[in-house]
Design a binder for this molecule. Structure first.
Ligand SMILES: NC(=O)c1ccc[n+]([C@@H]2O[C@H](COP(=O)([O-])OP(=O)(O)OC[C@H]3O[C@@H](n4cnc5c(N)ncnc54)[C@H](OP(=O)(O)O)[C@@H]3O)[C@@H](O)[C@H]2O)c1
Length: 219
């Protein structure tokens, strides 16, 4: 039996790409998930996948551009009466790939909000539940590849996420809660296609294969 069986993990950005692959891998490993995604149809198809594997998915529709108060979500997770064993901060948007000097303020705000601020806010609200779990893991998805020119807001938001999580890790170094970083290789996803439109995505790895590596951060 998988070490993850019976545990519960919350994941952002579960509609497609790596977030979807991780959500499905967790369900196949016997875990339950709390899935955050923008569109109802994406959540419903994940729910169907969970049911087919005899697992539970709590479905949370949320647009991270305008984060709600996550308090009711924390209350709903508490009401399940089971620990929250981990939080995977995965959702991201590339925004428009432009030079920094040509990037309008609204673009900076949106990418920072989605990729860093909303997810750090989610972490803050769920932190008491994560601390209460026997040995919870927080995983921040970083990016070692899309850091150069034309990726300014995206790279800045990843740096903000990393700094916020580094502080959180130091503040929680006494208990059993651990914070991990995971920087995937180039993967065949929409985000990557937006950054490199001419790339042959058959030559890079699938998010499904990367999800297996990511799950190792959780045990
Ligand atoms: N692909 C790569 O080569 C690569 C390399 C290094 C790191 N990464 C990182 O890996 C993670 C996953 O990326 P990916 O490649 O799988 O990208 P992806 O396929 O584009 O998936 C991004 C996810 O984020 C969600 N998201 C974006 N904006 C949102 C919003 N406003 N509200 C709620 N959800 C939103 C998307 O949901 P919607 O469907 O609703 O848009 C989607 O589920 C990201 O953190 C990325 O930075 C990727």
């Amino acid at each position: 039996m998988s070490a993850l069986a019976g545990r519960t993990y919350c994941i952002t950005g579960t509609s497609r790409g790596l977030g979807r692959a991780v959500a499905e891998a967790l369900l196949m490993a016997g875990a339950d998930i709390i899935a955050l995604a923008r569109r109802e149809r994406d959540l419903i198809s994940l729910d169907n996948f969970a049911n087919a594997h005899g697992r539970q998915a709590m479905l949370v529709p949320v647009d991270l551009r305008q984060p709600p108060d996550f308090g009711p979500l924390a209350a709903a997770i508490t009401a399940r009466g089971k620990p929250l064993d981990g939080l995977i901060l995965n959702a991201a948007t590339m925004g428009e790939c432009r030079p920094v000097a040509d990037t309008p303020p609204a673009q900076w705000q949106e990418v920072m909000q989605v990729n860093a601020l909303s997810q750090l806010q989610l972490l803050g609200t769920l932190a008491p539940l994560l601390r209460a779990a026997p040995a919870a893991r927080v995983v921040g998805i970083l990016d070692d590849h899309m850091t150069g020119g034309y990726f300014g807001p995206y790279a800045a938001a990843k740096a903000a996420l990393k700094s916020g999580l580094t502080a959180f890790a130091a503040e929680n170094s006494q208990g059993t809660l651990r914070t991990e970083f995971f920087a995937p290789p180039p993967m065949a996803t929409q985000l990557r296609a937006k950054a490199f439109p001419g790339e042959d995505q058959t030559k890079i790895v699938s998010p499904q294969s990367v999800s297996t590596e990511l799950l190792k951060c959780l045990v």
